[in-house]
Design a protein around this ligand. Structure first.
Ligand code: G3P
Length: 222
């Protein structure tokens, strides 16, 4: 399973990239607005693209097909690894097809059903992003969308990658991996939580304490 980091934070991206833990990045207008502050968001995206080898999703804010295609083409000029994020809209599907025919990869975002995922794949998206956590938040089983989309894409050998988004905790990652999502995009705090287990901390504490005791004891020759 590929891991993307769902952030525009340069600090978090640098750490995860140095540790070789991430295969790409996803951003959205909210995340980019938070990081950019006074900076030009395009410069932030450029910097992100230089930090990771894999795909970096950058989202359009237009909601009409011509506007999305225009913005998508501008975003694609920032770096070779930009993937244009397009919202799941009627006009969005037209934009996906037009960008795909120009060789620009897209990630269809704000997907909340498996049939939306199928539509995005048919339009020619490279990735579809079902939002797991936001479905859970309204009392639905977000993971069902990943489960159904996996079966549908396998039935018809659709090459579009299923990108599990709106991931809130490590269990989401485990379940998405067991179902066979191609990618999980993780907020930095969830990625860090994947490393943790209380027994790891307790075990390390014990090893170090035992080693320290050894240091204070007089040594006999072997
Ligand atoms: O980037 C899209 C998605 O991952 C957003 O997650 O936590 O805002 O629902 P969240």
């Amino acid at each position: 399973m590929k891991f993307f980091l769902d952030t525009a934070s340069l600090k978090d991206i640098s750490w995860a990239a140095q540790a070789g833990l991430i295969d790409g990045i996803t951003t959205n207008p909210s995340l980019l607005a938070k990081q950019a502050g006074d900076l030009d968001p395009r410069d932030v995206l450029k910097e992100i693209c230089s930090l990771v080898d894999g795909p970096v999703s950058a989202e359009v804010v237009a909601v009409d097909a011509d506007g999305m295609v225009r913005e998508g083409k501008e975003l694609a000029k920032i770096a070779d690894n930009i993937v244009v994020k397009i919202p799941m809209l009627e006009a969005g599907m037209v934009a996906v097809r037009r960008l795909a025919s120009d060789g620009i990869k897209t990630n269809v975002t704000l997907c909340f059903s498996s049939v939306q995922c199928l539509i995005a794949a048919k339009a020619g998206a490279a990735y579809v992003s079902p939002f797991i956590g936001r479905l859970d938040d309204v009392g639905q089983e977000g993971m069902d969308v990943i489960r159904e989309a996996r079966v549908i894409f396998d039935n018809y050998q659709l090459a579009t990658e299923i990108l599990a988004a709106s991931i809130r905790h490590p269990r989401h990652v485990v379940e998405a991996a067991m179902i066979g999502a191609d990618v999980a995009t993780l907020p930095p705090d969830v990625l860090k939580k994947l490393l943790l287990h209380p027994l790891t901390d307790r075990g390390l504490e014990q090893f170090l304490a035992d080693w320290k005791k050894l240091g204070t004891r007089p040594k006999a020759p072997v």
